[in-house]
Design a protein around this ligand. Structure first.
Ligand SMILES: O=C(O)CCC(=O)C(=O)O
Ligand SMILES: [Fe+2]
Length: 275
């Protein structure tokens, strides 16, 4: 097994391993690499839907996404797709998945099933590097703060997606979500400090209104993307990416209008987060 960083502070490409048949020792090394680098990319994988599910269970359990369409024959698999005639994609702005759950999903295992002729890359940004780059003043300002997260404004019947041509694909319009997390968490396995707010789901600081929260939230959202804390993946057939939602934000680049793209996602169960 060989590990090559994708960028100075985010992402690692791991070669010389088949995820479907890897040993327990390899699995452990892969987990550690993902906790540290935020995302790992694996090329040329033989990874059937059955392998995908088996891998998710072996990692430690699968969370079913409440909103995305599920693969008909394999209900643990969420289908992240955009048809050639659709304009809006899933995850087309910076976010981290499932932060609206009180025990948020650890991460995802995303498999390329159908790719556009070009474009459709995915980007990640490392929230440990983002935290490190904050000024001492901002670090002091957010020390001990907690924030409220929800997905309702995005997925409800008249929410953001409903106003786009992706609305018809999604489920869960009536769900109510809400969770409170520290603004700075410690990674459950590495202990590293991570900035844990995101544009998509973080609404306000606990004890402050949305309006009162916005100036500092905007400042943190801007600071979360630094010049050197991102990596970018060009998908190929057989590529699998596994990321850590605590360690990273991600963004699915929507630059392939007129072409179909279909990915299969298994969401990995996580643990409660603490400062
Ligand atoms: O399609 C992608 O590259 C990622 C989409 C996304 O945000 C997700 O699956 O969580
Ligand atoms: Fe996402």
């Amino acid at each position: 097994m060989k590990m090559t960083p994708m960028a100075p502070k985010c992402g690692v490409e791991i070669s010389g391993i088949q995820l479907a048949t890897c040993s327990d020792e390899e699995m452990e090394a892969v987990k550690q690499a993902i906790y540290e680098h935020g995302v790992a990319v694996f090329r040329d994988q033989e990874f059937s839907p059955e392998d995908h599910i088996r891998f998710g269970k072996r990692w430690g359990g699968i969370d079913i996404n409440n909103y995305f369409p599920l693969q008909q024959d394999f209900q643990e698999i969420a289908v992240v797709k955009k048809e050639a005639d659709q304009k809006t994609n899933i995850g087309g702005d910076w976010h981290t998945d499932h932060s609206y759950d009180q025990i948020p999903a650890m991460g995802s295992v995303l498999v390329a099933r159908e790719l556009p002729p070009s474009g459709g890359d995915t980007m990640w940004a490392h929230m440990g590097a983002a935290y490190d780059a904050l000024s001492d003043e901002v670090k002091a300002e957010i020390e001990g703060l907690e924030a409220f997260h929800t997905a309702d404004h995005i997925y409800k019947a008249d929410g953001l997606y409903a106003q786009t041509d992706m609305g018809r694909e999604l489920r869960g319009h009536d769900l109510k979500t809400g969770a409170v997390h520290p603004v700075v968490i410690r990674h459950p396995h590495t202990g590293r400090k991570l900035l844990y707010v995101n544009k998509a789901f973080t609404i306000n600081f606990v004890g402050k209104t949305r309006e009162e929260s916005m100036p500092l939230l905007e400042k943190l959202f801007a600071a979360a993307l630094t010049d050197d804390n991102q990596c970018r993946l060009e998908w190929k057939p057989g590529t699998v990416a596994i990321w850590d939602n605590r360690t990273t934000w991600h963004n699915a680049v929507n630059d392939y209008q007129g072409h179909r793209r279909e990915m299969h996602r298994i969401t990995l169960s996580g643990e409660a987060l603490a400062a």
